[in-house]
Design a protein around this ligand. Structure first.
Ligand SMILES: *[C@@H]1O[C@H](CO)[C@@H](O)[C@H](O)[C@H]1NC(C)=O
Ligand SMILES: *[C@@H]1O[C@H](CO)[C@@H](O)[C@H](O)[C@H]1NC(C)=O
Ligand SMILES: *[C@@H]1O[C@H](CO)[C@@H](O)[C@H](O)[C@H]1NC(C)=O
Ligand SMILES: *[C@@H]1O[C@H](CO)[C@@H](O)[C@H](O)[C@H]1NC(C)=O
Ligand SMILES: *[C@@H]1O[C@H](CO)[C@@H](O)[C@H](O)[C@H]1NC(C)=O
Length: 522
């Protein structure tokens, strides 16, 4: 009886700790690609009975509806200073710049610094600072806010969990040469690749050490707040948990910090479970196709498709027996070649395609994508190989990773012609290696746990904290000399130099002595 009572008490304590609903605040920018991941997490948290508040800005995308649809409440942090049109223009400018490679680094940097207004989310920061964060048990935030939200949360003692699409910063590099962020280098680095990655990594480390990173990417408020409270800008993965929405296997194998978790694609449960609408036009169209006989094309919403690109796709595919589903915004409809309109049985073009449901259809053979993280993950999650055409930012990294993993082929925009498209398709169909490897990645991604795993980690960190995982330099507030071990290097260098000096002196003495002796003898 007593034992039963005791075990009941323990069980109730356990249930209280583990099952009491949490108050969770999700802070997100209105970027579609970034908010997507935290929206999936919020949806799953709400489904498990937690009280989830989603905070974002009101212009750009209707975040309020997205949050409410997924069972969260919405908290508006105001509006972004810039409108979405300005953002689109900025991305298009960067795409244009990257097409004029290779001397675009400086121009790109100039564009980035000029567009700081676009990239800094001061409205969110200012709003968050005014909140009493104590009402929440944990804060979840995304990649674009890694420089600000953790600082603010830490200043009020609230645990924070960060979410990103892949480990992007160079401040934590493996001990071997590793491709730097947004470089598009393969993991099998050439000399040039190693050289450039080294320079970028060291440069990044230097900027980090002198805190310029904050000045470039953070807001003035964050700067003040962070430098008042902390010695270093907060590092995700070291000081706060970091959930990365990919898997090692697509990301190159590497050393991980104690709080970095590769949880795989953060896909919404609701979207994952949705199959194509029965009897819809697309459903009926696909029913007439045999297994692995359809190519899916999606270049995202920001890339404007040129007539040349559209012709390269269609002419490349025309002579093969594949049919095409193309997700193409209405803005771009004028680039479609005539042949497409003449053969609706072979080409299905629509401005809205339920991508995740389509990709799991057995008729899909291959996807032609622009290499954004979400598209790549969705295709590989369903074991579909890809032809990747990267235009900007991390698209270069994803497409080279896809090629290195053997699950697709990278074509740079200037390499896209009808014959290169045709050759790539033939390469993929000539062997089943691409599909086999894509199936392996699909297994890895499912095993990683995705949204489910992310939610469990958030529950764990909200309940138990993560102080036990913080490394010494941060925990004991080492100064930069200790952090970089400079005093040790200095003393060892002194010792080596002194030894050499003494050795040289001794040698001289010996030489002189033996010479003197020789002279005397002669
Ligand atoms: C959910 O959280 C919000 C904001 O923290 C709070 O105002 C509300 O009362 C909470 N609801 C429940 C049911 O706990
Ligand atoms: C890896 O790089 C080395 C040296 O650059 C090259 O010889 C080799 O062919 C590359 N391997 C693959 C599989 O690309
Ligand atoms: C998916 O949908 C089916 C019914 O359509 C339902 O029975 C099942 O529980 C759902 N699975 C998840 C994981 O939500
Ligand atoms: C097509 O694929 C489905 C699901 O993968 C499979 O059940 C079916 O047998 C396949 N059909 C043919 C003709 O191979
Ligand atoms: C397309 O299909 C036809 C009929 O099944 C076949 O004769 C032809 O060789 C196929 N073409 C290619 C390029 O596979």
């Amino acid at each position: 009886m007593v034992w039963l009572l005791i075990s009941l008490i323990f069980l109730s304590i356990f249930l209280r700790i583990y099952c009491s609903p949490l108050d969770v605040l999700i802070v997100s920018t209105p970027f579609v690609g970034h908010s997507f991941r935290v929206l999936s997490i919020g949806e799953e948290l709400a489904r498990k009975g937690h009280n989830v508040t989603f905070m974002s800005l009101d212009n750009w995308v209707n975040m309020r509806n997205k949050a409410i649809e997924r069972g969260m409440s919405y908290l508006s942090a105001g509006r972004h200073d810039a409108e979405e049109g300005e953002w689109r223009e900025f991305v298009l400018k960067r795409i244009e710049l990257s097409a004029q490679s290779p001397f675009t680094l400086l121009a790109d940097f100039k564009l980035l610094t000029e567009s700081r207004k676009l990239l800094s989310f001061d409205a969110i920061v200012e709003f968050l600072i005014r909140q009493d964060l104590k009402q929440w048990d944990v804060i979840v935030t995304e990649k674009e806010l890694l420089q600000s939200v953790p600082c603010i949360a830490k200043s009020q003692g609230i645990p924070v969990v960060t979410v990103t699409s892949y480990y992007s910063y160079n401040t934590e590099s493996p001990p071997w040469p590793f491709p730097s962020y947004q470089s598009g280098h393969s993991e099998n680095l050439t000399f040039k690749g190693r050289f450039l990655s080294f320079l970028v990594t060291v440069g990044h480390r230097f900027l980090h050490a002198v805190s310029l990173k904050r000045i470039i990417s953070g807001s003035s408020t964050t700067e003040r707040l962070c430098s008042d409270n902390f010695k270093y800008p907060i590092e995700s993965g070291w000081e706060v948990p970091l959930l990365v929405s990919t898997v090692l296997g697509l990301e190159y194998p590497r050393v991980l910090s104690p709080m970095t978790h590769y949880v795989g694609p953060l896909l919404s449960r609701h979207l994952l479970n949705a199959s194509l609408e029965f009897n819809s036009h697309l459903w009926k169209w696909l029913e007439t196709k045999s297994n692995k006989s359809v190519i899916y094309i999606s270049m995202g919403s920001l890339v404007s498709i040129s007539t040349d690109l559209a012709h390269a796709f269609i002419d490349g595919i025309k002579d093969t027996n594949y049919s095409v589903v193309w997700s193409l915004s209405d803005l771009n409809k004028n680039v479609i070649p005539n042949v497409v309109k003449l053969h609706p049985e072979k080409y299905h073009i629509s401005s809205w395609i339920p991508q995740l449901a389509l990709l799991q259809h057995s008729s899909i053979f291959l996807a032609i994508l622009h290499g954004g993280a979400n598209g790549v993950h969705e295709a590989l999650y369903h074991g579909v190989p890809g032809i990747l055409i990267p235009f900007v930012n991390d698209q270069f990294d994803w497409s080279v990773r896809v090629e290195d993993a053997g699950v697709g082929i990278q074509l740079l925009p200037h390499q896209v012609t009808s014959s290169s498209i045709k050759e790539s398709i033939q390469r993929i169909e000539s062997t089943d290696e691409y599909h086999k490897k894509a199936s392996l990645l699909s297994v890895l991604m499912r095993r990683a746990g995705g949204t489910n795993e992310a939610v469990e980690l958030i529950e764990f960190y909200a309940t138990y904290g993560y102080d036990h995982l913080i490394p010494a330099p941060i925990k004991y507030k080492w100064n930069w000399m200790a952090y970089y071990n400079i005093d040790v290097y200095a003393i060892i260098s002194c010792f080596v130099l002194t030894s050499m000096w003494i050795f040289k002196k001794c040698c001289c003495k010996c030489c002189c002595w033996s010479m003197n002796k020789k002279l005397k003898q002669s």
